[in-house]
Design a protein around this ligand. Structure first.
Ligand SMILES: *Cc1c(COP(=O)(O)O)cnc(C)c1O
Length: 495
């Protein structure tokens, strides 16, 4: 169906079997010289239980076949190094190579977490410097780098709130969560032992402060707000919301995974946030996808500092140490001091940008609004406020021809782009959630816009083409339910 593609830039499309299928008996990737020492019976020398038998069905292939096989399949993965990756909420920005260079330096990559503190001064300085930078960017008083991801940062943050309220005599019962929050927020609140109460957004997609006043009572421990929220909209009443909570002894938790819209521009600590997490694998450009590793540091105001996870990195007279003696701590949340290699990359990013972080945020917001304006005449825009780092459309217009957000996303693959986030946030039925990030130049954004406009036209004139996409990939549409319910994860001989 390639004749239907109006724009260039198709996805790499190759046909490659399994390595097992390439096997033919006697082929080998390498050859050893004949033994020039007496042969030893390995089973006798080592014990039979330590000696492996031949592996049934083990592929027998030449060296170049191995190299080509893995090189080819490596090109099937879509990557930010390959093209625009507009997966909303995930912030798939470019990971600058300088971060990788720094993380691999000897003295950083080769250190061991059990090294004595006297031999780890440089690594501890890395941690403390990053903590200080994150405290400055967020406007908070103290930071823990331990949590391994955003969701674990959320849990750490809520455990800090619980410990603080307990120390005041009552941990309280409920956490309020707007319907525009990220899905991890309610899950986190439940794991932290709180009941969740949903807060409805108003017609602008924001929290209704007037309604909130009626909801906050002595049972409420905190409000968890994603800001900018998952509609890509900044909560303009955030200071007033903080005051409403504080007046009743509740705290304000901010999910700061979207800090890439604010860094260098606005500081949550200045608008009333008590505790928040950051996603270094989003805002601070460390690699993500494929399950990690990531980092979800938590930044807090002074009142929560005594409860931070141990050990805490402390600095005295130019020397660094690890403080384990923190009587009010919630304890450790992660082995050692967090995902050190990720923290190093984030520090490299922060130091490379410096005050330029503000422009990165401004460019992220500019790109999202550029795309919003360029597509709002062909895709439904349910919430009309200018957006921050991402824009959320719906498939309402295309639905009339039976085309939904998933179909449009699949068709986007044919145009060479990674799909946007589909069907999230939940308050927008049939959502198309698009986050270009600041990494994309105008030309790449324009190509994406052309592709999206072209698909909108196809949805009107030839809906079947979109509904059966992708057409240019090695496999077509997969049965996602069966793939999730009955995954086949390894090849077995004869299957
Ligand atoms: C990505 C994200 C999370 C979860 O972060 P993980 O690192 O995937 O655990 C939480 N909240 C928001 C708003 C996010 O975008």
């Amino acid at each position: 169906m390639s004749e239907n593609i109006a724009k260039a830039g198709r996805h790499v499309n190759q046909s490659e079997g399994l390595i097992f299928e390439k096997s033919s008996p006697g082929k080998r990737g390498m050859e050893l010289p004949p033994l020039d020492v007496p042969a030893v019976d390995a089973a006798k020398a080592l014990g039979a239980e330590y000696v492996r038998e031949g592996v049934e069905g083990f592929p027998e292939v030449s060296e170049i076949e191995v190299v080509r096989h893995f090189t080819r399949i490596s090109t099937w993965n879509y990557a930010i190094d390959y093209g625009m990756y507009p997966l909303g909420s995930c912030t798939m920005k470019y990971n600058p190579r300088v971060n990788e260079f720094v993380a691999r330096l000897e003295g950083i990559a080769t250190e061991h977490p059990y090294q004595p503190v006297e031999l780890s001064q440089g690594c501890l300085r890395v941690l403390k410097t990053l903590e200080n930078i994150l405290a400055e960017v967020t406007g908070m008083d103290a930071v823990t780098l331990q949590p391994a991801a955003g969701a674990q940062g959320e849990l750490t943050g809520l455990l800090l709130i619980r410990a603080y309220l307990e120390s005041k005599g009552n941990p309280r019962k409920k956490v309020l969560i707007p319907d525009s929050a990220h899905g991890t927020n309610p899950a986190t609140a439940v794991i932290a032992g709180y009941a969740v109460e949903n807060i409805k957004s108003d017609a602008n997609g924001e929290i209704d402060a007037a309604r909130l006043v009626e909801t906050v009572n002595e049972d409420v421990a905190a409000l968890m707000v994603t800001n900018p929220n998952t509609l890509g909209i900044f909560e303009q009443n955030i200071s007033e919301i903080a005051e409403i909570l504080h007046a009743r002894g509740a705290l304000l938790y901010m999910d700061g995974a979207n800090m890439n819209a604010l860094a260098g521009i606005a500081r949550p600590g200045d608008f009333g946030v008590d505790v928040m997490h950051l996603n270094l694998h989003k805002t601070f450009s460390t690699p993500h996808g494929g399950g990690g590793p990531g980092a979800g540091p938590v930044a807090v105001k002074k009142i929560l500092e005594p409860f931070l996870p141990t050990p805490v990195v402390v600095e005295k007279d130019g020397k660094f140490a690890l403080d384990h003696n923190r009587p009010k701590t919630i304890g450790r949340v992660k082995a050692f001091y967090g995902n050190f290699g990720v923290l190093v990359r984030a520090l490299a990013y922060a130091l490379a940008y410096g005050p330029g972080m503000r422009q990165a945020s401004e460019d992220a917001v500019l790109n999202a609004n550029y795309i919003r304006k360029a597509l709002e005449d062909v895709y439904e825009l349910p919430y009309k406020l200018p957006c921050m780092h991402e824009v959320v459309f719906s498939d309402a217009r295309q639905k009339k021809n039976g085309v939904n957000t998933m179909d449009i996303a699949k068709r986007l693959i044919d145009y060479g782009f990674h799909p946007y986030t589909t069907a999230f946030p939940l308050i927008v039925p049939g959502a198309l959630m698009i986050e270009p990030t600041e990494s994309e130049c105008k030309e790449e954004c324009d190509q994406f816009i052309d592709a999206m406009r072209s698909i909108a036209e196809e949805a009107a004139t030839n809906p079947e083409l979109v509904k059966t996409a992708p057409h240019t990939t090695r496999v077509g549409r997969l049965d996602e339910v069966t793939a999730a319910r009955k995954p086949i994860l390894r090849w077995k001989p004869g299957q």
